[in-house]
Write a protein that binds this ligand. Structure first.
Ligand SMILES: Nc1ncnc2c1ncn2[C@@H]1O[C@H](COP(=O)(O)OP(=O)(O)OP(=O)(O)O)[C@@H](O)[C@H]1O
Length: 600
């Protein structure tokens, strides 16, 4: 029973509050209790005043009592609302901290790409943006109001018990029944159904397409402005229709509720009136009991369920994500030092890897040896698994079977951080940090001389001062072209080499560079990484041919391996691909009348 209760989202929500802000939570509950008790106290105070008037007693004390309660009611509400808003903010911050930890801490990245966690991740990531429901600083106040009403109703029922034990039972029972009767009518939890979530996701996506700069080009070029607006309006309309459907009052339960509540009130009020007219109740007590009978109505079904449901769902999602992501991104912790590795070779031995247990493997019993200090180019069709090789070598995932060995040692036995300090990479989708140029080149810090040297080797000197933020919207900030950014990413990798990395992974590192720039930069990069083990993934054969050896990956395996000359004379896949590209470049050159020297 207790276990089931603890599994409920609502429990998790209330349990999270003291973790987020212990002092505020105590103040919130205390304020809540006081606010809940004050209406009942007011009914008693009004009864006392009425009784004193009837008896002709002095009114100073009763009035002071009623006045104090009234003023407390007025003053406490805004103060408690402020406490609720702050508690909501602190809880949201606590949840975001946990989510950030859950995303960033695992050494692997499988948890961020696991489709089974995507729903929770979206909910947890966006819950406080106000797109899918009120942000927590508002919903905590909704919840407070609901709980104040509930406590107030129960307190009034307790006062009413002084009249007759059965009166609060009948009245509170009737009002409580509305929770059960109307649960189908205003099942706010229906707002968290899959269709509602899907409509929310769609609406939000259309909104982001409209307001973010990145899609702006295609929206205009392909005439999609109306499409986006229509899509947004349609999705929001669907969303509102679903939400209305989920929350509208349905007639029959409503009629039942009205009949029940009306009947209970008639019985109780009739009994109070009867007792008063019989002289069994003084006027003061009759007024107090009548007001508390009215107060019991605060127990009625209201917005609490909806607010609690909306606020509790993301809390539960974040708490679920913590352990799920830890598992999803976990890697076996190795302990062996990676200093000066690889000294001999990197070897993929019989490696099989799939992103999903159900998906076909990307690498299937993959075998490849890369001698230390040499460069290897990896070529193959889109989706052949070239980037996956790089990710495995960074140990962002572990293979399902087989081993990656560094100088004969299983990569899983090496200390992850120590190995990663030996590896650097330019990924296809490298990160453009909204930071100064200096931090873009050396995110973990490096002497300015090293940063400048790396920028020069990547042909990126003179781009901007080291202090210039590479993003618009910052003072003195600037943005770079795609090719300029790529040079910065190359500089980042080269700077890491200066700081001790010995394995360099270059995944399409020159894809955005102009052809002449590419050739020149690549020569410089090779010079700067001459002593390193370099793995280059590229579709540009003009770049590829500079590597010591080239391997062609197809069907999850190496199908050809050798130097450029060896592979050309073998007349296999490599030669076919090379010649296809050479013909295309030759044709381009003829058309434009430009003598590109890239394949010379
Ligand atoms: N995070 C992922 N989750 C699931 N599947 C993935 C993921 N990343 C890649 N894949 C799949 O794995 C396969 C290999 O992808 P990979 O990025 O390694 O190919 P690639 O050879 O680098 O391709 P390209 O030349 O287009 O860059 C593809 O079929 C791709 O759809």
């Amino acid at each position: 029973m207790l276990h089931r209760l603890r599994e409920r989202n609502e429990w998790k929500f209330f349990a999270a509050l003291p973790h987020a802000a212990p002092g505020l939570t105590v103040a919130w509950w205390a304020g809540l209790l006081l606010r809940g008790l004050l209406p009942a106290a007011f009914t008693v105070a009004i009864g006392v005043v009425t009784g004193a008037v009837q008896r002709g007693d002095r009114l100073a004390l009763p009035l002071a009592l009623a006045g104090t309660v009234f003023v407390l009611m007025q003053v406490l509400t805004p103060i408690h609302q402020a406490v609720s808003a702050t508690l909501g903010d602190r809880t949201a911050a606590w949840l975001y901290d946990r989510l950030t930890e859950a995303c960033v801490r695992p050494p692997g990245i499988g948890h961020l790409e696991d489709a089974r966690l995507a729903g929770d991740l979206t909910l947890a990531r966006d819950f406080d943006t106000g797109m899918t429901g009120p942000p927590l600083n508002i919903s905590v106040d909704f919840i407070a109001r609901g709980l104040v009403d509930l406590i107030g109703g129960v307190a009034c029922a307790a006062v009413l018990a002084a009249f007759a034990w059965w009166a609060p039972v009948v009245l509170a029972g009737a009002w409580l029944a509305t929770h059960w009767l109307l649960r189908e009518s205003a099942v706010w939890k229906d707002r968290n159904t899959e269709p509602v979530r899907a409509a929310e996701r769609d609406a939000e996506y259309a909104y982001r397409l409209a307001v973010q700069p990145a899609p702006a080009k295609e929206l205009r070029l392909f005439g999609l402005a109306d499409w986006v607006i229509d899509r947004f309006v349609a999705r929001r309309t669907t969303l509102h229709a679903l939400q209305y459907e989920a929350t509208r009052l349905r007639e029959r339960p409503l009629a039942w509720s009205l009949a029940l509540v009306l009947g209970a009130n008639v019985v109780v009020f009739w009994a109070i009136a009867h007792a008063a007219s019989d002289g069994a109740l003084t006027l003061g007590r009759a007024v107090a009991f009548a007001s508390s009978a009215v107060g019991v109505s605060m127990i009625a079904f209201g917005g609490l369920n909806w607010a609690l449901d909306g606020a509790a769902a993301p809390v539960a999602a974040v708490l679920r994500l913590g352990p799920a992501m830890e598992r999803g991104g976990a890697l076996r912790a190795g302990t062996r030092s990676a200093a000066a590795m690889p000294a001999r070779e990197i070897r993929f031995r019989d490696v099989t890897f799939a992103y999903d247990d159900d998906a076909p493997p990307v690498l299937d019993r993959f075998d490849l040896t890369i001698p230390a200090g040499t460069s290897l180019a990896v070529v193959g069709q889109n989706g052949a698994g070239k980037t996956t090789l790089a990710k495995l070598l960074c140990r962002l995932y572990d293979p399902q079977s087989g081993t990656i060995e560094i100088d004969g040692v299983d990569l899983r036995d090496l200390e992850v951080a120590a190995w990663r300090a030996r590896v650097t990479a330019v990924f296809q989708d490298f990160t453009r940090f909204e930071l100064p140029l200096r931090e873009n080149v050396a995110p973990a810090g490096a002497p300015d001389d090293a940063v400048r040297g790396a920028l020069a080797a990547a042909g990126a000197d003179g781009l901007a001062s080291l202090d210039t933020v590479l993003a618009r919207g910052y003072e003195g900030g600037t943005d770079l072209s795609g090719g300029q950014w790529q040079r910065v990413a190359l500089a980042r990798a080269l700077c890491a080499v200066q700081l001790g990395a010995g394995v360099v992974l270059l995944d399409e590192p020159t894809a955005q560079l102009d052809v002449r720039g590419e050739s020149e930069i690549f020569d410089r990069v090779l010079a700067a990484t001459r002593h390193c083990t370099t793995i280059l993934v590229s579709h540009r054969f003009s770049t590829v041919r500079h590597a010591d050896r080239i391997c062609v990956v197809e069907g999850g395996r190496v199908v050809e391996l050798g130097t450029h000359d060896e592979l050309m004379s073998r007349g296999g896949r490599y030669r076919t691909m090379f010649e296809l590209q050479a013909q295309r470049f030759a044709a381009d050159a003829d058309e434009e009348g430009v003598a590109y020297d890239v394949l010379a």
